[in-house]
Structure formats: C-alpha cells, structure tokens
Design a protein around this ligand. Structure first.
Ligand code: PYC
Length: 416
C-alpha cells in the first residue's frame, strides 16, 4: 500500500518529521513475469496500472531504457481534447478525457487537470469547412464542439488579433469547451506510484536489446540487466516503436520525426483557453505558473534527435506574434524536442501483431499523451481477456494491408 496523500498526512508528517515513502521502488529483475511492458511513459504505466487495478494481473514488469516519463510523456505540451474528425477517434479520445477528469481521485495524486476549453482557429475557407465538419461529427458523438466567429474568439482571448486586416485573418474557430491541460509529469508519477502500490515492478535504466520468439510466439525479452521470460510483451514505446517492434520481427509503417516545443518566462494569467492554429503551425497555452507553452508541427525530416533548433524558435515566434502581437517582449526560457512516430493516417497502431503474445500500443504521432489513460485501459483489457476492445478495433495493424485507414490528419494538432 502506498502512503495516502492527504491534508492530514501532510500535517502529520510536517509535525513529526516522518519522511514520505518513495513513490515507486527499485527491484531486482525477476527471471519471469506474466507481462512485460516496454516503455515507462504514460501508455506503459497506465497499461500496467489497469492490468493490476482492474484485472488483478500484477506480476508485471515495466522496463525502460531511461526513466519514468522521460520520453514523449514528459515532453508534450499536455493538451487534452476529444475534438477529432473521425467517429472512431472522437469516441476514443472522449473516453480518455473522461478518465483524465477523475484521475486525481483514482490515483490519489494531484494531476492538475484544468478544463479550460480549446480553440482551433480557421484562417481560410478550407479550414473553416474542416472545423464545421469536425463540429458536426463531434456533436453527433455527443461531444461539445461548436464553430464560433471572430467576435466570440476575441471575447475568449482578448489579446488575439482578430481584425480583418491581420495577415492571417481569423474567420472563425472550432471551440471545444471540454478540452484543457494537465500536468504531464504528475500523470506519469501518479500512474507509476499507483501501479507500484499494486505490485507492478518498474525497472528504469533497463533497455530491451532483444525479443525472443519461437514458432510465431513471443517468449520474453533480453535486457541490459538480464533475460526475462514472459508470454505477453507489449511495446508501449514512442520514438523507438518501429525499432523495438523490429526486434520481434514486426515491421510498422512508422516514420519518426522530432516535434519541438518551448516555454516562456511566467507572466500574469491572461490566456485561459488553449489556442491552436493549423495554418500557422502553432499551439499555445498558459500554465498555472504563468508560463506560455508553445509547440509547432513535426520537423519535416525523419530523425531521432531531441535537440531544439534556432530555426524553430524564430519561426514559432513569428507565428505566435501574428496571433498575439502584444506579447512581443516575452522571453523564451527553454526549448526541447520529443520524438513522434508518425503513421500514414495520423491514427495509432494498437492491438495484436502477427507474433502471438507481442502486442503494440504505438504510432502515437503528436497525440499520444492525451490518449494515455484510454490506451492503457484498452490494452489491459486486451491482455486480460484476449479480446480486442471495440474502441481500439479500428486502430489495428492489419488496416494498412487491408486499406481501412482512419484518416485523422484534419484533426491532428497542426497541419504537419
Ligand atoms: O493533438 O492537440 C494535439 C497536440 C497538441 C500538441 C501536439 N499535439
């Protein structure tokens, strides 16, 4: 049992000086587990947590070549939304938003969920048409999304230049009130702590260097800390999804690109809503501390580099100032990059593979973090029951060979 976080616990430990126990523990690697999950990001940790919490399967190892939340799960811009374009996507991400809404109480961890609304701007007729399309699909699925005009955009974001003579005039926007942000590190730590408390073992600094298969079935993994036998191995990596899958002989239609982001110095709160412009390749939100968090589209060339570049900052600054000219004096504090495994249809790849027992939860492009809870829930159900849950059936690997793509490009964060 993990120590319960509460005001009373805080007071008691403050008065007695008793230390809090570690949020998750170190372990020796056992020779065998029921399930090995590769990747200690939000997808891997959520899969392990739901396996233990919902299905009583706790003999699980989560292995990662680095540390908890050190990949895409700690590098994203922490945006939550369900205003997708396809019915499959809308239903799937809506379930994630709902799980995120109650995550703090489920995990007894303050994940700082902030339902602040999400605006996707349209600067031309083509984008406005896509926003209307998305709004109709959203409403049909019971999701609150509406196309609004420039005056309503100005009311939501007073610093936005909504004048008709702006270089990229705002013709309207898709407004999605349930969207918002969450503290991404807290989500990773909360799942890690809760999974550990249920008996899951988290092994950081443990790289998978081989995946053993025999007669078309997985047998276990080889790691830098020893070999492990397991009848089920799940690839929950981001950035290395195709390389890890190839260790099992499974080839994925994925190309890996860096996505850069940046954060400014903190200023007084002035931006409540998340703002996205596909035309300008930019999205921005303000944190509870007052920093502005910006992101862009993926770098156009494949790479495994997580370094930021000056070109990115220059382009980003120019585009942000087209939208909000009055923040020109704000200083950028930090920039970084994460790796995105892009699929041909901008939807993930989830479920079984031609190697029995080797499952994938990959291909998360620029939208993986927001799907962490629902992906973990679905993968845990698949492992426990052997049946593919209905909400991930459309995202199977076989769709590429069978021509059943789930085209989400029109609702990916920015145009790419
Ligand atoms: O899909 O909302 C999104 C997103 C934001 C940043 C990257 N992707």
């Amino acid at each position: 049992m993990a120590a319960r976080y509460s005001a009373w616990g805080l007071l008691r430990r403050g008065l007695t000086g008793a230390a809090w126990p570690r949020a998750w523990r170190d372990h020796d690697l056992k020779p065998a587990y029921d399930v090995v999950v590769i990747g200690a990001g939000v997808h891997g940790l959520a899969t392990a947590y739901y396996l233990a919490a919902r299905h009583g399967i706790a003999n699980v190892a989560v292995v990662d070549k680095a540390y908890v939340g050190g990949g895409g799960s700690g590098r994203n811009t922490a945006i939550i939304r369900s205003n997708y374009l396809t019915p499959e996507g809308v239903r799937f991400y809506d379930r994630s938003v709902r799980l995120y809404e109650s995550l703090a109480s489920e995990l007894n961890f303050n994940v700082m969920f902030s339902r602040r609304g999400h605006l996707t701007l349209a600067h031309d007729d083509g984008s406005l048409r896509t926003m209307r399309w998305r709004a109709e699909v959203n409403k049909h699925e019971g999701i609150d999304s509406e196309v609004i005009g420039p005056d309503e955009v100005a009311a939501l974001v007073p610093l936005m230049d909504t004048s008709p003579d702006a270089r990229y005039p705002i013709l309207g926007a898709l407004h999605h009130p349930p969207g918002g942000t969450i503290r991404h590190d807290a989500v990773n730590w909360g799942y890690a702590r809760a999974a550990d408390a249920l008996g899951v073992q988290i092994h950081e600094n443990t790289e998978v260097v081989g995946i053993d298969t025999h007669d078309g079935r997985v047998r276990g993994v080889r790691t830098t800390r020893g070999d492990v036998h397991a009848p089920v191995v799940v690839n929950c990596t981001a950035g290395w999804a195709s390389l890890v899958s190839r260790l099992a002989g499974v080839h994925l239609p994925v190309s890996t690109h860096a996505l850069q982001a940046a954060v400014t110095e903190p200023v007084q709160s002035f931006l409540r809503t998340v703002v996205v412009s596909g035309t300008l390749h930019v999205y921005v939100s303000q944190t509870a501390r007052g920093e502005l968090v910006f992101g862009a589209s993926t770098d156009s060339y494949p790479s495994y580099s997580t370094r930021g570049s000056l070109e990115f900052t220059e382009e980003l600054a120019g585009h942000v100032l087209e939208l909000m000219p009055s923040i020109a004096r704000l200083r950028v504090l930090r920039q970084w990059a994460g790796l995105c495994d892009m699929t041909p249809d901008f939807s993930p790849i989830m479920g079984v593979t031609p190697v029995e027992g080797f499952l994938v939860d990959v291909g998360w492009g620029t939208y993986g973090f927001k799907a962490g809870p629902v992906a973990g829930e679905a993968m845990a159900e698949l492992i426990a029951t052997g049946l593919t849950p209905e909400n991930i059936a459309a995202f199977d690997l076989a769709r590429f060979a069978e021509g059943r793509l789930v085209g989400e490009r029109g609702a990916a964060a920015v145009g790419h």
